[in-house]
Each structure stands twice: as structure tokens, then as C-alpha cells.
Design a protein around this ligand. Structure first.
Ligand code: SF4
Ligand code: SF4
Length: 319
């Protein structure tokens, strides 16, 4: 049976995360600890973190690390690992319950589980270890995913405690696809907001991500109107995916939307990359862009895209 994210045990709320990365210099100012929440309502075709999409723990299998000792086959309680005729292994996903038993016995880390439930205190214990670096570099904690607002209650408590109890600078990275009351209640405890904007036309947005963007655009307007005056910062992140969202009509539409917000909003461009490809394979999922010949854009190309936005009066930054 598959478990859903964010659960409560003995009065303590637990969040489902798939990674915590310390000493990062990306995703916000200074040195930061990144917390990746698992579960996302979008399915962007270019997603480089497929292990962050489903709201339950998932076992992955990295064939290149496997020594074919078959300990996992013996331990699996559900006969979910099949030995093929050539000796290679197949995880039968319809039988696998993601129990993690095979991960514990694998001697070569060829099997691993993405996703674990964790309390706010447990996350903060890790985050606090680097407090000295945050102070010196003006860094802090960044909560991303997956989609952090999909576990609003947990993330709110995490950011509230980080900010109010420990004085740690807080950043969130969100697609803003959630209810406005969740946006307001969580972002109250955030100093710096990264918000994605992938396509301006709602129909095309649905084709590329699985959902319409109306709620996202409304939430961005809400953030700008109600939260930015409280001295928070907002950077809109636009992924640049050749052939999918880099058409002039979309770039000009995004520029127009940002200008309509009537604030000096900054934009960051995120060039497409293929770093997540191997993870799809490890999860026995097809890479959604496999049949399309899409290559990471060159620096020159990104400069060209940048010029289109700058000419429309948009401030394009690198964070
Ligand atoms: S996670 Fe559990 S059910 Fe799935 S393959 Fe491993 S041992 Fe079997
Ligand atoms: S336990 Fe690990 S190394 Fe051994 S067969 Fe299974 S995946 Fe491969």
C-alpha cells in the first residue's frame, strides 16, 4: 500500500523528504542547507528530480552498481525482484510496496530508497549544525522539492521555527500551485521566495506540466500584492527548455505578466539540463523527453533569451 506524504505520529507532524543537502551555494544567498520535500502536483516534462514527484517513498535500482549477489531477491517479501534469463534484474513495480528491505541488504548501494518521514526537530537538528556558516555568509535554509507547499503544515512549522526561534534566514522554492491560504500562511515565515513560471498560456502550460497555470498566476499576484511589501524578496524562475517554452510568444507573455505586477520583480533563467535522466531509469520510468531531440541550450542562446526579456524592461539576474 502506498503511503501519502505529511503524517502525524503521537502529535508530532512528520514531513516526507527525499534529500537534505548541506553547504550549498545555490538556491538563495550565502551558504545554505537545502531541504527537498517529496511530492509535487505538477509533472513537468523536463523535471530533473523525478524522485521528488510522487508523495510516497520509492525504491530505486542503479544497475551499474549491482554485483548480482541476489541478496535483494532473497529478502524481498513480495517476490517483486525478478531475475531475467540473462541474470539481470527487474523490479516488478506492481508488486513492490517500497518497504525498503532490499535496500538494507544491498552491499553495493545499488538499491536505495527515495523518501523518508522526518520531524521538524530532526530537520532543524541538521540545519543548526551549520549556523556558524549561515551567520558568516548570510545564508540559511532553503526548502524546495518536489513542491514544499504540498506539505504546507510541516513546512510552515519548519520555517517558523527556523526563523523565529533560531533567527535563520529562510528561502522557499515553489511552483505556487496550491490554495491561496496555504501560500499566505507558509510564506509569512519566508524571507526570500523563488517562484517558477514555465509558460504563460494556460492550455500550453497544462500540456507541459499537467496543470493549468491560472492558480499559479493568481498566487504570484497575491505574493506581490500582499507579501512583498513586508520586505520579502521574490525571484521568478523561468526554465528555458528548447522547443518547448522558449518561443517568442511565451517570453514576451512572461515579460508582460511580470511588468503588469507593477513591481521591480527579478527573473532568473534556468537552462534545461539532462542530469535527472539516470534517475528515471533507476525508478523504471521513461524519460518524458526521450523521443524529442532536445539538447541543453548554449550560453550564447541563453544570452539571446535574456536580451529579449531585458529589452522589455525585465531585470534578469543570476542567484
Ligand atoms: S522495496 Fe520491498 S517490496 Fe520493493 S523490491 Fe525492495 S524488498 Fe521488494
Ligand atoms: S542486493 Fe544489490 S548488488 Fe545484490 S543483486 Fe540486489 S541490487 Fe544487486
Amino acid at each position: 500500500m502506498k503511503e501519502t506524504m505529511q503524517k502525524e505520529t503521537k502529535g508530532k507532524i512528520k514531513g516526507l523528504i527525499f534529500n537534505i543537502q548541506r553547504y550549498s551555494v545555490h538556491d538563495g544567498p550565502g551558504i545554505r542547507t537545502l531541504v527537498f520535500m517529496k511530492g509535487c502536483p505538477l509533472r513537468c516534462l523536463w523535471c530533473s528530480n523525478p524522485e521528488g514527484q510522487n508523495p510516497w517513498p520509492e525504491v530505486a535500482y542503479y544497475e551499474r552498481l549491482c554485483t548480482y549477489c541476489y541478496r535483494c531477491v532473497e529478502i524481498c517479501p513480495n517476490d517483486a525482484i525478478k531475475i531475467r534469463e540473462d541474470g539481470s534484474l527487474e523490479t516488478l513495480r506492481d508488486k513492490c510496496t517500497n518497504c525498503g528491505s532490499c535496500v538494507k541488504v544491498c552491499p553495493s548501494c545499488a538499491r536505495r530508497i527515495f523518501g523518508r518521514y522526518i520531524t521538524v526537530n530532526e530537520v532543524l537538528d541538521i540545519v543548526k549544525k551549520d549556523a556558524i556558516f549561515y551567520r558568516r555568509s548570510e545564508g540559511g535554509i532553503t526548502v524546495g522539492g518536489g513542491e514544499p507547499l504540498a506539505q504546507g503544515e510541516f513546512v510552515k512549522e519548519l520555517l517558523r521555527r527556523a526563523k523565529e526561534v533560531y533567527g535563520i534566514h529562510t528561502v522557499i522554492e515553489t511552483c505556487a500551485y496550491t490554495r491561496p491560504n496555504v501560500v499566505m500562511s507558509v510564506l509569512k515565515y519566508v524571507d526570500f521566495i523563488f517562484c517558477d513560471l514555465k509558460y504563460i498560456d494556460p492550455v500550453k502550460h497544462r500540456q507541459l506540466t499537467g496543470v493549468s497555470n491560472e492558480q499559479i498566476l493568481n498566487n504570484i499576484r497575491l505574493i506581490v500584492g500582499k507579501l512583498l511589501p513586508e520586505e520579502k524578496e521574490l525571484v521568478i524562475r523561468v526554465p528555458i527548455i528548447p522547443k518547448l517554452n522558449d518561443d517568442l510568444e511565451n517570453l514576451l507573455g512572461i515579460a508582460e505578466f511580470i511588468k503588469s505586477l507593477d513591481k521591480n520583480i527579478k527573473v532568473e533563467l534556468l537552462p534545461y539540463h539532462e542530469l535527472g535522466k539516470q534517475k528515471y531509469k533507476a525508478l523504471d520510468r521513461k524519460y518524458p523527453l526521450e523521443d524529442l531531440e532536445i539538447k541543453p541550450p548554449s550560453k550564447e542562446y541563453i544570452e539571446k533569451v535574456k536580451r529579449v526579456l531585458v529589452e522589455k524592461g525585465i531585470r534578469v539576474v543570476k542567484t
